[in-house]
Write a protein that binds this ligand. Sequence first.
Ligand code: MSP
Length: 512
Amino acid sequence: MENTFYVTTPIYYVNDIPHIGHAYTTIAADVLARYHRLTGSKVFFLTGIDEHGQKVQEAARERNISPQEHCDEMVVRFQDLWKKFNISNDAFIRTTEERHKTVVQEILIYLYKKGEIYKTSYEGWYCVPDERFWTEKDLVEGCCPECGRTVQQIKESNYFFRMSNYQKWLIDYIEKHESFVLPQTRRNEILGFLRQPLEDLCISRPRKRLSWGIPIPFDSDYVTYVWFDALINYVSASGYLKDNDRFFPFWKNAVHLIGKDILTTHCVYWPTMLKAMGLEPPRMVFAHGWWTIEGKKMSKSLHNTVEPNMLIENYGTDPIRFFLLREGTFGLDSDFSHKALIHRVNSSLANDLGNLLNRSLAMTIKYFKGRIPKHSSFEAIDESLHEKAVQVVKKVDTHMGEVAFQKSLDSIWELIAMTNKYIDESAPWFLAKDTNKQKRLATVIYSVLESLRFISILLFPFIPSSAEKMWGALGMKESIDQQRLDNIKKWGMLKEGTVVTKIPPLFPRIEN
Ligand code: MSP
């Protein structure tokens, strides 16, 4: 049976202006999706937008338009940005779509009938901006523990999901499944959180206070709590209840990429909801760290939000994709600065990779009129380059399985560095001057180009458009996104006689 791979990003709030935090998760998911396609898996890559809730209702009211009109206008900013970033998502879900709303309502009815949802009156502290209830002990100095703003005491009847029933099951599940919550620190955080008694989850909001939500199908006075609605996107968009034959094979291999701030919703609410629905938890929830900007928290009030469209304009798509995944470890916080970005692009992309490509193509053109030469028997130095290339493919595979982007790129750069060193040590420019060394020269140039073939394929998930140009420059005719690692990871597949082309520098140096 075909392998499947299902990767998701959080669905972003429609009101937000896309920033590098959003771009980070979406690019990471894109790299995983593209990598798994390369391995031959059948991939489903989902991203989308979270459109219900108080903030959307208020923003629309201020603009004097309907919430739906507001969403329809705002969603485009994300969709346009993903196009610019070359994001290869297979689907895009909006929570105001009928296909999503009906699944949410069917799930609500199922859980209600099953006794998993009940109505009761509740008194608690409510944070309006976060749309969340807190208990007295949750509050920090009388304020919302999440955003620090003042809370209001509210008494009202609402519907609750019996989340508390699943506490024991969840602890057990997390303990038995080591890679369900990653990285390890986040797994410990969730297990720590679960040492306190787990309460039931309020999953409705009275319509008189908030109307912009999915109506609770068994009580028209209420709409669905936005997180209960939003989490369901991961199953509604992949066919649950509507096309189960498509849904289940993907679901067993689902990986949710999220930021560390939305850990509880994804690792406590979501698996318990799924359990009550009779579904398995996703295979993995990986929580990445946050980007700070020049050492400071990114925030609207500090006016230091990094705007991705501006970054693309200044530096181009692939340098940003590369920087975001190379600069930090995926599960930890990272710091953004223009200086670091420029340094990284100049040293890794312009120098190491760009120069390797340029000089290799230039030598092929100069010494062999642009035709890939025929190699003769390989010497030890050639063999070690081959071995390295094959070994790097394996290493990247291991690292990608661990969602370790930085390590994957480091491994690819080992091959780039070794190829550069191979050229320096083999000194083709001396071989070229000696008529007796023409065969050796051909073998060296062949080996360099073959290594570049490996490099371009391995880089394709990370910097797709540049890798595609490299691939084209090497004279490869079939499209790079149709390649499968299994078929191409053998050394010596470049065909002699293929014509290479010189292309403008892929990564021009950025001057400070
Ligand atoms: N709508 C919810 C998610 C629902 S998923 C069923 C939401 N949306 S969000 O737009 O506020 O946040 C989306 C993501 O952006 C989160 O994963 C969050 O971690 C991430 N980031 C927000 N600021 C960030 C940084 N400064 N750095 C990295 N990621 C950051 O939450």
